[in-house]
Design a protein around this ligand. Structure first.
Ligand SMILES: Nc1ncnc2c1ncn2[C@@H]1O[C@H](COP(=O)(O)OP(=O)(O)OP(=O)(O)O)[C@@H](O)[C@H]1O
Ligand SMILES: Cc1cn([C@H]2C[C@H](O)[C@@H](COP(=O)(O)O)O2)c(=O)[nH]c1=O
Length: 203
């Protein structure tokens, strides 16, 4: 099976982590050799930056610079080498999250983010992005039942509405790459939607 780069996006509590495992099961059954990773994170350096990012107060530009620094290290040490070996990379969040959270949520300039994307990624983009789209109020209820909130998860519904709108903008800009999943559906229903997207591509 050829190398593929698949990312999982959506607001906090949308159900990404729950369904990455479903995708992994499906692709393993097709013979894929998988690498599962996440952003910010995925290397020792990027995981250190993740700790700072999630727990220290900072402005939107500082957030963007930190996540893109973490991404550069992650791409060079993990993602690019895995794809070069023919592995399939499943990544929990990637650059669409920077456009959604720092662009939509924090109001950072879209063009500045596009420039960082070009510098850091040198043309590397996911082959497929699952966007788990859900009403922010439903996601907030799920998070409240599941765990303690981190710095970003404490932000209000308006913030998550802006993040959601920015994901929609990214999806409109790259319709062939994005697969929108109705993540307000039951866990079983979301699982069926995800597998249908893979099957449509013959994966
Ligand atoms: N479709 C669903 N219906 C009901 N509950 C769900 C659904 N999907 C996930 N959940 C539950 O919601 C909670 C959050 O799910 P999950 O951790 O997968 O979200 P996430 O998108 O990965 O969040 P984050 O990005 O913040 O880590 C979990 O308790 C999970 O069991
Ligand atoms: C990659 C990336 C992430 N974020 C935010 C989104 C989430 O609130 C956290 C990561 O937590 P998760 O439980 O692993 O989903 O970080 C961001 O603001 N910008 C980014 O580029």
């Amino acid at each position: 099976m050829s190398a593929r780069f698949i990312t999982f996006e959506g607001i906090d509590g949308a159900g990404k982590s729950t369904h990455i495992e479903r995708v992994a099961q499906h692709l393993r059954a097709q013979g894929a050799d998988l690498v599962q990773t996440r952003e910010p994170g995925g290397t020792a350096l990027a995981e250190s930056l993740r700790g700072l990012f999630l727990h220290q107060d900072m402005d939107g530009l500082t957030e963007a610079l930190l996540v893109f620094a973490a991404r550069r290290d992650h791409l060079q040490r993990v993602i690019a080498p895995a794809l070069a070996l023919g592995q399939t990379v499943l990544c929990d969040r990637f650059t669409d999250a920077s456009f959604a959270y720092q662009g939509g949520g924090r109001g950072m300039d879209w063009q500045v983010l596009s420039t960082l994307e070009q510098w850091v990624q040198q043309g590397r983009r996911p082959d497929l992005t699952f966007w788990f789209d859900v009403d922010p109020a439903i996601a907030a209820e799920r998070r409240a039942q599941a765990r303690e909130a981190d710095r970003l998860e404490k932000l209000d519904l308006d913030f998550f509405e802006r993040v959601r709108a920015a994901y929609q903008r990214r999806a409109d800009e790259a319709p062939d790459r994005f697969a929108r999943i109705d993540a307000g559906d039951s866990i079983e229903g979301v699982g069926r939607q995800v597998v249908a997207v893979l099957e449509q591509r013959g994966w």
